[in-house]
Design a protein around this ligand. Structure first.
Ligand SMILES: Cc1ncc(COP(=O)(O)O)c(C=O)c1O
Length: 394
């Protein structure tokens, strides 16, 4: 047998790994360069809490580290953490959840990989909303599935609806649908009726239902409803990253339909053996730090008030309802047809970093900017003034 291609040092990467980068990273780098030259940049681009994990979590991790024994845990997670998460569903939603249905994951990012692998075959088409969180489509395509972006409308609070889902399925059959409420980048939420109707449509069409609930706990307009409450067949993905301020700890969880935990267990055993043990210990203790986290949430509510009152005053009056999470998605089409260039000018001229909508929406992203209000109220006030001065000159 002869080699068909000469051996060379060049190794081309696979086609499936050819996923798009995050433009927000470019903004962050640009901001870092400005800061290195002495500028004080206000960061409204990063989607992570400025506050640390609850003290209860940090203390528990420190004590465990001191004891020193940090071995693997069960692939599905520490039984005590799985039981504590199940109890949280009772406390938060009044819903009795069997701990056997809880799977601890490497952040919700780890949950997506397990869920997509467990639910879909290569080639399956999965509906997601546009605008939406970019890794949904990138992870699906890296796994050989086809993300099907459905444009959402203001009158539907920028969520998928039974009608838009049915229309996409009629065009070419889908195998699943993924929803997020509160959503990134829009900050909008689906109420119980909207979520229930969408799930009923998915069930009628025979579609698998995935619900990203990472921003639960950060709901301001009305209480967030978990798909676990209304749909025993839904796969729910959640995380300690946002409400519990634990982004870098890389710990999250899933609630899976009865009987599916074993599938997740086999996948997780092979992919990562288990989730970092110190992070699981911290996560379990984080539930006892909810008063601290609720105080952080009240800070976001204050930030939300400052932005929703301040931005219209300085000329940015069009934005989506800021229902939850810590994002405000603003329509900047009055000022630009290119939100990326606009974000660059805003950063250079006003030293305010924001994320262009093109990261989240290939259709209308050029008209939008995402502002994250996970920082301090003082920064939000200053940001409004700086944006106002900038827009006055645009
Ligand atoms: C909507 C959404 N889902 C999931 C994630 C991933 O979070 P993690 O892997 O830290 O849980 C993020 C992070 O920003 C997000 O915005």
């Amino acid at each position: 047998m002869t080699l068909t291609a000469p051996l060379s040092g060049l190794v081309p990467a696979s086609r499936r790994s050819d996923v798009a980068p995050f433009i927000v990273m470019d903004v962050m780098e640009h901001a870092a360069r400005l800061e290195a030259s002495g500028a004080r940049v206000i960061h409204l681009e990063v989607g992570q809490p400025a506050d640390p994990a609850p003290l209860t979590a940090r203390r528990a991790a420190a004590a465990a580290l001191e004891r020193g024994q940090v071995g693997y845990t069960a692939a599905l997670g520490m039984p005590s953490l799985r039981a504590r998460i199940a109890r949280y569903y009772q406390e938060q939603y009044g819903f009795a959840l069997d701990p056997e249905r809880v799977v601890v994951t490497n952040g919700s990012s780890g949950g997506f990989i397990l869920a997509f692998l467990a639910l879909f075959e290569a080639g399956d088409r999965v509906a997601i909303a546009a605008p939406g969180y970019p890794p949904y489509r990138h992870v699906l395509s890296a796994l050989g599935c086809e993300p099907v972006l459905i444009e959402t409308r203001a009158e539907d609070r920028f969520a998928l609806t039974p009608e838009t889902l049915r229309a996409a399925h009629a065009e070419k059959p889908l195998k699943g649908v993924l929803v997020a409420s509160p959503a990134n980048p829009t900050g909008t939420m689906m109420d119980r009726a909207a979520l229930t109707a969408l799930h009923a449509a998915a069930r009628d069409l025979g579609l698998r239902f995935v619900s990203d609930e990472i921003y639960h706990g950060l709901d301001y307009a009305f209480p967030a409803v978990s798909a676990a409450q209304i749909a025993p067949d839904a796969v729910v993905i959640n995380s300690f990253s946002k409400y519990f301020c634990m982004t870098g700890w890389r710990v999250g969880w899933m609630v899976v339909p009865e009987g599916m935990a074993r599938t997740m267990e086999r996948l997780q055993q092979n992919f990562s053996i288990s989730v970092p043990t110190l992070s699981q210990i911290a996560a379990e203790a984080a539930f006892e730090g909810r008063a601290e986290m609720d105080a952080v949430k009240h800070g976001y509510e204050e930030n939300r008030r400052i932005l929703t009152a301040g931005l219209p005053r300085v000329g940015l009056e069009h934005f989506l309802p800021a229902d939850g999470a810590f994002y405000l998605y603003a329509d900047v089409s009055r000022f630009t047809g290119d939100s990326h260039a606009f974000a660059t000018r805003l950063l250079d001229a006003a030293h305010v970093a924001a994320t262009p909508g093109v990261d989240f929406d290939p259709f209308r992203g050029k008209q939008f900017l995402r502002f994250s209000y996970a920082g301090s109220p003082a920064d939000m006030r200053e940001a409004v003034e700086r944006i106002g001065a900038f827009l006055a000159k645009e």
